[in-house]
Design a binder for this molecule. Structure first.
Ligand code: WT7
Length: 655
């Protein structure tokens, strides 16, 4: 139970002037939403979004769970993010302060950004791109990356950003599944002083087959590396942009028009293409950016996520721009040239709102401990007002360090729980309204009907763990899984789950006294490694695809001090079980193989070999047992049903 001593109350000065000022204001919003859910969301949709044609219908639940919001309204997301600011007199305001890997800084005003987006949008139209076409963006953190997303939105094309760390195979799968007609990429990307390929991986991906719909690959120049260009398919972005006008009429789309697809891992099969809408999504992006971060016109906002993840969509490409904010966009990594990079940038750019992941914080704590030069205490971080955390649970020790050493003990930390599927924050403190408890994401965002239930869908009492659900639909929710509506229904609204609630896939517990939520982790076979979501089945499939070596594989997660969870793979080879140096060499080969199949983020940290895997007599792999083996804990489970108890010993000691 949370005692009042452990609560961090909102600083009074902040609470007074906040957009949601004090707990009473929060409670009033929750009451407003509870009294009339649709009227609440309609009010905010009118306040936060500029509609071309105002909507009359708010929610259409006639074909649940395929909910529709504001369906008869029309709008354009790029118009809302850019033209709206210029019309409001913010043309000269800096929209993006870009810092390159090497430290070079570029500022882009709202007027400049609008012009760049228009040129890119005109270029896409000149290439024959029409409303509804899918465009894959395989670029790293860059102004062009954000411009590309906004340009797609401007002409009604649906973007699908693929993280620059994904392999050719993963990229191919996404290009093929979306049926993309055009790929936007760069010659190379630069991270931590290293030049890494992008265009070459696009070539490899398309070469794998299934990408026949791709007519053009448009390449931005980042490093000027000598890369292969295939004519007439490949074109240089700069050549195409040079002759484009810097105005472009926006394509007005219906609120339900798919703004983007973003792939994420599930518990089974291939990653799923989460489809988001335009109207409802943009509303929640703008609303949560404003309330959760208490964003003000003079703030310098910095979200360190990559545009390849949903956080980079909602809290870089859309939310801050829809509010006319100034934000930092960073190309590099937190540890280059050394682990003080974040603190140096906060100091140099007077960052006031800083939003990052627990993994980054934990690794920077370690770095500061081993090299005092990189400790945040040595930097002037007084510009900071609000800190945020996202992607995985933040352990109380990391929370306290972040609060004291980065936030100087004065900045509230918003621990934001949400998912690719939810589009924006679901459960989060509001800095001027919610008292904080380290490790708890506290209370639902006003209008989000989150609850903890049992397998039958019945509420469980506070203090008792259960399944996290969202009871009522909300505007920025996933609309479907691209090309697979049945998988959407089965994954999030399964028939055998009573209540018709959205199933988040996480467990949660509410504090007996405060009702605060703590996320207890995924209840499916999804791992969270450094805030990246990975399906265990996906990694298993990648391993067994190495048919030359692997007969069978099972993957489990194990807690890790830095990355949250670490991937642990148990492998049966076709040949005999390797030991010693041979085992090490094969483990390395398999790690590299998974890196090529999925991407470096999916490489198992630990690979162990056995003559077999622990199975029940009916042949089921006993994952529970493997989890114990991975942690190295004593086996307390009943192993009497195990067909082959010998292998446990092998797996425990190998490597
Ligand atoms: C999963 C979603 C949220 C955008 C980035 C990740 C976990 C996310 C928190 C948090 C505890 C969290 C959940 C969730 N998660 N935020 N604040 N506290 N867990 O999006 O890749 O779709 O992953 O990340 O397990 O289901 P994602």
């Amino acid at each position: 139970m949370f005692t009042t001593e452990t609560l961090y109350v909102p600083p009074p000065a902040l609470a007074e002037g906040a957009h949601v000022a004090g707990r009473a204001a929060y409670d009033a919003l929750v009451r407003e939403a509870a009294a009339d859910h649709q009227a609440y969301w309609a009010r905010l949709a009118r306040e936060f979004v500029e509609w071309k044609r105002p909507f009359k219908k708010v929610l259409d639940a006639s074909n649940a769970p395929f909910f529709k919001w504001f369906e008869d309204g029309t709008l354009n997301a790029s118009y809302n993010c850019l033209d709206r600011q210029v019309h409001a007199g913010l043309g000269a305001k800096v929209a993006i302060l870009f810092e390159a890997d090497g430290g070079e800084v570029t500022r882009v005003s709202y007027a400049d950004l609008l012009a760049r987006v228009c040129r890119m949008a005109n270029m896409l139209r000149a290439q024959g791109i029409k409303k509804g076409d899918r465009i894959v963006i395989y670029m790293s953190m860059s102004i062009d990356g954000v411009v590309a997303m906004q340009a797609c939105a401007r002409i009604g094309a649906t973007h699908c950003v693929v993280f620059g760390g994904f392999s050719a195979q993963s990229l191919r799968d996404r290009i093929a599944d979306t049926g993309a007609v055009l790929v936007l990429t760069a010659d190379q990307q630069v991270r931590g002083g290293k030049h890494l390929p992008l265009k070459a991986i696009v070539d490899e991906a398309i070469g794998l087959g299934g990408c026949e719909a791709v007519r053009r690959v448009v390449v931005a120049k980042r490093t000027g590396a000598d890369i292969a260009m295939r004519h007439p398919r490949d074109l240089w972005m700069n050549d195409l942009l040079a002759c484009q006008a810097d105005t472009c009429s926006p394509e007005w789309v219906g609120a339900e028009h798919p703004l983007f697809l973003l792939y994420t891992s599930g518990s089974t099969g291939k990653p799923k293409g989460v489809q988001h809408s335009t109207g409802g999504y943009l509303l929640h992006a703008a609303l949560t950016t404003k309330w959760t971060f208490d964003l003000r016109p003079e703030d310098m906002f910095w979200c360190t996520a990559d545009i390849g993840w949903v956080t980079g969509h909602t809290y870089i490409a859309y939310g801050p721009l829809a509010l006319g904010a100034t934000q930092v966009v960073f190309e590099g990594v937190p540890t280059y040239p050394d682990a003080s990079r974040f603190w140096t940038m906060i100091q140099d750019h007077r960052v006031s709102i800083f939003y990052t992941a627990p993994t980054a914080i934990r690794s920077l704590i370690k770095a500061a401990e081993s090299n005092a030069e990189t400790h945040p205490d040595r930097f002037d971080l007084r510009s900071l007002r609000i800190l945020g955390s996202v992607g995985e649970p933040i352990n109380p020790a990391a929370w306290e360090w972040y609060h004291r050493h980065v936030g100087g003990g004065r900045c509230p930390i918003v621990d934001t729980f949400w998912q690719t599927e939810t589009g924006g924050h679901m459960i989060t403190p509001l800095p001027g309204a919610t008292s904080l408890v380290p490790g708890s994401c506290t209370l639902p965002f006003p209008g989000i009907d989150a609850a903890v239930v049992d397998e039958t869908g019945a509420d469980v009492p506070n203090g008792q763990g259960g399944i996290l659900v969202i009871k009522k639909p909300w505007p920025s929710m996933i609309r479907t899984i691209w090309g697979d509506p049945e998988r959407f229904r089965k994954s999030y609204y399964p028939d055998d789950f009573k209540g018709g609630y959205y199933l988040a896939g996480d467990g949660a517990i509410r504090d007996a006294e405060t009702g605060y939520f703590t996320i207890t982790g995924r209840i499916d076979d999804v791992l969270n490694v450094s805030g990246h979501r990975m399906g265990t089945m996906e990694i298993e499939s990648a391993l067994v695809a190495c048919t030359e070596l692997v007969a069978e594989a099972a993957v489990v997660g194990r807690p890790d001090d830095t990355t949250g969870e670490a991937i642990c793979a148990f492998v049966v080879l076709k040949g005999s079980r390797p030991t010693g140096d041979e085992a090490k060499a094969i483990a390395k080969r398999l790690r590299d193989w998974v890196g090529k199949e999925i991407g470096p983020i999916a490489k198992p940290k630990d690979i162990r070999f056995g003559d077999n895997l622990p199975k029940t007599r009916s042949g089921k792999i006993m994952r529970r047992l493997l989890r114990s083996v991975a942690i190295g804990e004593a086996i307390t489970q009943d192993t009497s049903t195990l067909d082959n108890p010998m292998v446990l010993d092998q797996l425990m000691h190998s490597n």
